[in-house]
Write a protein that binds this ligand. Structure first.
Ligand code: ZN
Length: 279
C-alpha cells in the first residue's frame, strides 16, 4: 500500500507531474459498478459483510477504509480513461485490479477498475471497442472472464506460466512465460505480438496495465526483467499505440519487490514514458 503515496510524491518532486495536475477521484457511482459486479457482492464489500471464505480469497482483511479505497480506485481509472479519450492519454496512479470477478474479489483485487471503466464508457456511448494490454506478471483472470464473450473488448495478457492464478481464464490472447524470462526474450515476444493485438482489436482506447511485478527482484514475480527492460517494455507499448494514434490510459497493477524504491522507480518510469510519447 505504501507505494501509492511514494509514486505520487516522487513524480511531483522529480517534476514529471505538476501537483495541480493530479486529481483526487471521488467514489465511483453504484450504477457504474453494477455494469460489471453483482449488487450483492458490492453491498457486502461496502457494508463489511463478506464471509470468511470471501475475505481469504481476497487476500487481505476487511478494513473500514477498504470500501472507500476500492470505490475511488475504480473512479480514478474511469476518469483517466475519459482523459485518454479527450486528450490522448490518461493516468491512474493506482488500479489494475484485474483479479476481481463480477461476484467475488481475489488476489488483493476488490473491484475490476478496468472493466468498470470500459463498460461505463460504452454505456455512455463514448466508446465502442477497447483493448486491455495486461503486462502485470499475473494473468488478468477477472478481466478475461468479464470480457470473455465480448467481441468489442480484446484482452491480451502476458504472464508467468507458473504463477498465480493457477486456474486460468481465457483471454483473447494469453502469452505464458517460463520462470526467469529475461529482458531480451520478453521484449522480443511482446514486439512479435503487439501489432497483431492492435490489429485484431481495432480499439478506440488502449488500457495498459503496467505491472511492476515482472521485475527480477519481485517477491511474487518469478521472472527476470531488469528495471531498464521494464522501461523498454513501456516504451514499446506506447510507441505502438502512438503509431496508430490510439488513446492510452495506464494503470499501475502489482509490484512487490522488497525494495519499495525499485517499485516506485518502475512505476514512475511508466508515467515518464507515456508523457514522453504523448505529452
Ligand atoms: Zn501482479
Amino acid at each position: 500500500m505504501g507505494k501509492y503515496r511514494l509514486i505520487r510524491d516522487g513524480l511531483v518532486a522529480a517534476g514529471v507531474l505538476r501537483a495541480d495536475a493530479i486529481e483526487e477521484p471521488g467514489p465511483v457511482a453504484r450504477d457504474a459498478l453494477h455494469l460489471v459486479h453483482h449488487p450483492d457482492y458490492v453491498e457486502a464489500v461496502i457494508e463489511g459483510t463478506l464471509g470468511d471464505a470471501a475475505i481469504r480469497r481476497l487476500g487481505f482483511p476487511w478494513h473500514p477504509l477498504l470500501p472507500e479505497r476500492s470505490l475511488r480506485t475504480v473512479q480514478g481509472t474511469l476518469e483517466a480513461a475519459r482523459d485518454a479519450l479527450s486528450n490522448g492519454a490518461g493516468i491512474n496512479l493506482a488500479g489494475g485490479t484485474h483479479h476481481a470477478f463480477p461476484g467475488h474479489g481475489e488476489g488483493y483485487c476488490v473491484f475490476n477498475d478496468v472493466a468498470v471503466a470500459v463498460r461505463t464508457l460504452q454505456r455512455d456511448g463514448v466508446l465502442a471497442r477497447a483493448v486491455v494490454i495486461d503486462l502485470d506478471v499475473h494473468q488478468g483472470n477477472g478481466t478475461a472472464r468479464i470480457f470473455e464473450n465480448d467481441e468489442a473488448v480484446f484482452t491480451f495478457s502476458m504472464h508467468g506460466a507458473k504463477n498465480y492464478p493457477f486456474r486460468r481464464e481465457r483471454s483473447d490472447l494469453d502469452l505464458e512465460l517460463p520462470d526467469g524470462t529475461e529482458d531480451q526474450a520478453y521484449l522480443a515476444l511482446l514486439e512479435r505480438h503487439l501489432d497483431e493485438v492492435l490489429e485484431r482489436a481495432r480499439p478506440e482506447l488502449v488500457v495498459y496495465i503496467a505491472g511492476a511485478d515482472p521485475y527480477r527482484a519481485d517477491r511474487l514475480g518469478r521472472l527476470g526483467l531488469s528495471i531498464d527492460g521494464l522501461a523498454r517494455r513501456d516504451r514499446t507499448v506506447f510507441a505502438a499505440c502512438w503509431r496508430r494514434r490510439l488513446p492510452v490510459v495506464m494503470v499501475l497493477g502489482g509490484g512487490y519487490a522488497a525494495d519499495l524504491g525499485d517499485v516506485v522507480t518502475i512505476h514512475a518510469n511508466t508515467v515518464t514514458a507515456l508523457l514522453d510519447q504523448y505529452g
